[in-house]
Design a protein. Structure first.
Length: 191
């Protein structure tokens, strides 16, 4: 379920101090009910998820189309990412987060962990279109339990990045996020 921006902006998340120049695109409630200590499980599930595993053929097709377009137009060239076109957000971390392990590696996707706490985790990706952050948090669900919450923050790269974000918005809301959120729930229940 999509949540209002305030579900993210009103929380005292560390990401606010680290990425104040990023725009909040989306906030989603994840169907991952659990207890106070279950956040590490959500982080592992997310880091190990493979976009090819989604049950949605349409979402898988969009991933293929995006990869092809990225290859044709050079959007994902080695010199377009973290450490080349943009610096890593790890360089912005306060001392307490910088000295801690950043979180897991992503074996199947081009994200890089930025930081991990007991209730939040941020990972970043960059290419010629955007520098983006996926922020996961573990929040009370109002019934005495907890659930995951996902926010997506972006910093478009000029006019190309702004146009790209506008062009993909309908696909994100209609084709990508609904099966992604369902897949989170199914993988959570199966684990």
């Amino acid at each position: 379920m999509r949540l209002p921006d305030t579900a993210h902006t009103r929380q005292p998340w560390r990401i606010h101090e680290i990425a104040p120049d990023f725009h909040l695109e989306d906030v989603w409630a994840l169907p991952t009910p659990g207890g106070v200590d279950d956040f590490p499980r959500l982080v592992r599930l997310t880091a190990n998820r493979d976009a090819a595993d989604t049950p949605s053929r349409a979402a898988r097709a969009l991933v293929v189309v995006r990869r092809v377009l990225g290859s044709w137009f050079g959007w994902d060239a080695p010199d377009s990412g973290i450490g080349s076109r943009v610096g890593t957000l790890r360089d912005r971390l306060p001392a307490d987060l910088a000295s801690a392990p950043p979180g897991p590696e992503f074996p199947h996707r081009p994200f890089t962990s930025v930081y991990l706490t007991e209730t939040e985790w941020a990972a970043e990706i960059a290419n010629r279109t955007v520098h983006a952050v996926v922020h996961l948090a573990w929040v009370p669900d109002g019934t005495g339990g907890y659930r995951g919450q996902m926010a997506v923050l972006v910093k478009p790269n000029g006019a190309l990045g702004r146009a790209y974000m506008k062009a993909i918005a309908p696909f994100r809301y209609l084709v990508v996020y609904p099966p992604l959120i369902r897949h989170f729930g199914q993988a959570w229940r199966a684990a």
